[in-house]
Design a protein around this ligand. Structure first.
Ligand code: KG4
Ligand code: ZN
Length: 340
């Protein structure tokens, strides 16, 4: 049996995993940076890069020790090189390159969005491909037609904010700690999702697989604080109002996400939908998407909740590159932006 070391540092999680060639995860660990970014209510790129510098090597050491695998036994070192925050990506790539040189191992570059979809493959023996892949995270809300793990075409995505970004920004308006997504969802459990009729941007446009969340975000702001330019003070908003806004906002986002997933399946010839990314950990979204797919006779795979947010386990994707003979040159650079 062969093993590879996968490294993830695209945003604000430093993660590493040792994965066997049959997909079994031998060891993995994620070091969150949430406490470092919380005072700023968002990810600060420079802080993220510096934290990766401190956290990645110790995490790699821990994961190797736990796995009982010696570096000499590794078949390759894999690292996510796109897309993401430039500084964060650079730290991960430099560390991966250094390990490859020190241990004389091949490097495998991973596309982080393909990996989010591949998270649905982990733990399954039958291939999930071909499928419509949906990445719904803090940085992306994008639909792809995935022919294989490594060959895909872009179908549509957000034209402004990602869904997770909208969750986080509305979380700030509600006075919730960063990252707002999980906290907002928890608060919404106490609220009425029908209390406010927030807009569902682009949902009714059956010709488009685009998403848009910035107008929805503004609608929430106006509902909470009016349309003036006054400073946000969540302590002035009654608790039940906050819960109702959280639930109604969450429902508006979910309606948009589900509507476009169903449209993407209808427009492609695929019958299977595979969903990954941080927002896919949202319980209400998972339940409602399952119901919608059952009704529409669509096979649905959603990544395991703990594999939705950033992790290195989904770097098992690198085995697909190795099997297809795709070698990565050690001179490779990062690619921070989205290549469609
Ligand atoms: O995939 P991820 O860890 O990082 C990116 O690649 O962006 O996603 C992080 C995003 C954050 O915006 C976070 O608020 C959101 O996923 N998120 C959630 C939930 N858990 C994480 N959003 C809504 N409900 C959740 N339960
Ligand atoms: Zn991600």
């Amino acid at each position: 049996m062969e093993y590879l070391l996968a490294i993830e540092s695209t945003c604000d999680e430093s993660a590493a995993a040792v994965i066997r060639s049959d997909g079994v995860v031998v060891a993995d660990s994620v070091a969150s940076q949430e406490d470092l970014h919380a005072p700023f209510q968002g990810v600060v790129p420079e802080i993220a890069a510096r934290a990766h510098l401190q956290k990645l090597l110790p995490i790699i050491e821990v994961v190797l020790r736990r796995s009982g695998i010696q570096p000499q036994q590794l078949a390759a070192v894999a690292v996510a090189t796109e897309p993401g925050l430039p500084g964060s990506l650079l730290v991960g790539l430099c560390i991966a390159k250094a390990l490859c040189v020190a241990w004389s191992k091949p490097l495998v570059a991973i596309n982080h969005l393909q990996a989010h979809i591949y998270a649905c493959q982990m733990g399954r023996s039958e291939s999930i491909y071909p499928c419509v892949g949906f990445v719904v995270s803090g940085g992306h809300t994008h639909l792809y037609r995935c022919h294989t793990p490594l060959q895909w075409e872009f179908l549509g995505g957000t034209i402004d904010d990602a869904a997770g970004e909208a969750f986080d920004k509305v979380g700030v308006m509600l006075g919730l700690p960063f990252p707002g997504g999980p906290q907002l969802s928890k608060l919404g459990e106490q609220g009425d999702p029908a209390a406010f009729e927030f807009p569902r941007p682009m949902l009714s446009d059956q010709n488009s697989l685009s998403f848009s969340f910035s107008g929805l975000k503004t609608a929430v702001r106006y509902k909470l604080y009016g349309s003036g330019s006054q400073a946000l003070d969540p302590s002035l908003i009654p608790t039940q109002m906050k819960a109702n806004v959280a639930a109604s906002f969450e429902q508006a986002v979910i309606d948009c996400l589900i509507g476009k997933c169903l449209l993407a399946i209808r427009r492609s010839s695929e019958a299977r939908l595979c969903v990954g990314g941080g927002v896919a950990a949202n319980q209400r979204f998972r339940t409602q998407l399952r119901r919608a797919c059952e009704l529409a006779n669509i096979e649905l795979l959603i990544a395991d909740s703990k594999l939705c947010t950033d992790n290195a386990v989904m770097g098992g994707l690198a085995w697909e590159s190795l099997r297809s003979g795709m070698a990565t040159d050690l001179g490779i650079d990062i690619c921070a932006g989205l290549v469609r």
